[in-house]
Design a protein around this ligand. Structure first.
Ligand SMILES: [Zn+2]
Length: 378
């Protein structure tokens, strides 16, 4: 027995206006410090039903920890929202998910939930996710990540009940996304689609999501990078990124995420950039376990960026995008990096991504991939 889990997805131009049809009395809008200074929170507020009250929490940082997430719980409990709206990238949406759990279940901490334990949420509120990046897939997934600063680690809260009730994919929310973030988050989405497609938990539903996600992203990403205001191309990449989220959320991620998380935790590399450095190397490493699947995905690359193998096509695509492809390019010093190699390998070895990767990787293989990822200093 297996499941395919997904929010109700409202997508395309004007999708945001759907908010006005929901029975919202009091909306808590959770967003980050950068977005707070843009017009987007106001756009969302204006889309709420007439007469609805709102409280905007606009101080989510790039890697929120538990203190940051729970600082406002008293205020939230006093406000008594009946809808919680996560507006932003993965951090804002993940924060909204965690606040949702703690608001609904004041008797719980984030550490005493397990994926299979029923949480009994939705007695007080419902959850909406409005992504402003095209990549993390958080609007579709049943996980929320929080940082543990002291331990330089991440904790993941997972429960099918934190899949948002609605994911609203409006291209207006991403047309202003800066090019650098557009690149990094798109690479994250491509990684989700590929890792979800070869995970040992892959299934026909996740397969379909991966294939279509790649077709949409690969067919439109270079257009978006050239002309960020192209709404139709933005829309295609935005929908594709959510489909990639649905793929890995209903199968699993793999080794590129395991290694990318380790790199990101140590060097604060943006998530998409970190996983993207490892993706072509991991695809090469995994090829012997799933060559036919990689060939099928490679055929989806448009001819200008298609090579003889999936790993080759990824390198070509990243080159065309101007995406940093090595650790050296991040400015990490060679000595520092190689001194940290064991620590990075053991951090990667603890990741769930390793369990569902199509090919086993022990510490020697992890070290080898980390070594290759350093690349040449320019
Ligand atoms: Zn990711």
């Amino acid at each position: 027995m297996w499941f395919f889990r997904a929010p109700t997805i409202v997508f395309g131009e004007d999708a945001l206006s759907y908010l006005s049809t929901l029975p919202i009395r009091k909306a808590l809008i959770v967003t980050d410090r950068h977005l707070r200074t843009t017009e987007l929170p106001e756009k969302v507020s204006r889309a709420l039903p007439e007469g609805a009250e709102r409280l905007v929490l606009g101080d989510v940082g790039e890697e929120p920890d538990l203190d940051e997430m729970t600082r406002h719980l008293d205020q939230i409990r006093k406000f008594e929202p009946d809808w919680i709206v996560g507006l932003g990238g993965g951090s804002s949406i993940d924060t909204a998910k965690i606040l949702f759990v703690l608001y609904e279940r004041p008797d719980l901490t984030v550490y005493d939930t397990t994926p299979l334990q029923p949480l009994g949420l939705r007695h007080k509120s419902r959850l909406v996710a409005i992504p402003t990046t095209s990549g993390t897939g958080s609007e579709c997934t049943w996980a929320a990540v929080l940082s543990e600063r002291q331990e330089k680690r991440k904790h993941e809260l997972a429960s099918p009940e934190i899949i948002p009730d609605y994911a609203i994919l409006d291209p207006e929310m991403v047309v202003g996304l800066p090019v650098e973030q557009t690149r990094n988050t798109a690479v994250d989405a491509i990684t989700h689609a590929i890792e979800g497609y070869v995970s040992t938990w892959k299934n026909p539903f996740s397969d379909a999501m991966s294939e279509k996600a790649l077709e949409l992203i690969l067919g439109n990403l270079l257009i978006v990078l050239k002309n960020p205001k192209d709404t139709a191309a933005r829309n295609a990449v935005h929908v594709g990124a959510s489909m990639a989220g649905l793929s890995f959320s209903n199968s699993q991620i793999g080794l590129a995420h395991a290694l990318g998380h380790a790199l990101g935790a140590r060097y604060k590399t943006p998530h998409g950039k970190a996983v993207g450095i490892f993706l072509p190397l991991v695809v090469e490493f995994n090829s012997s376990a799933c060559q036919d699947r990689f060939d099928r995905l490679n055929a989806l690359f448009p001819s200008p960026v298609r090579a003889g193998s999936l790993a080759g096509s990824l390198k070509k695509l990243f080159g065309a995008m101007g995406q940093d492809a090595t650790v050296a390019a991040l400015g990490v010093k060679r000595e520092e990096y190689f001194a940290a190699l064991d620590e990075l390998a053991s951090m990667a070895a603890e990741s769930t991504g390793l369990v569902t990767n199509p090919r086993d990787a022990g510490s020697a293989e992890l070290r080898e991939l980390l070594t290759q990822a350093y690349g040449e200093e320019g």
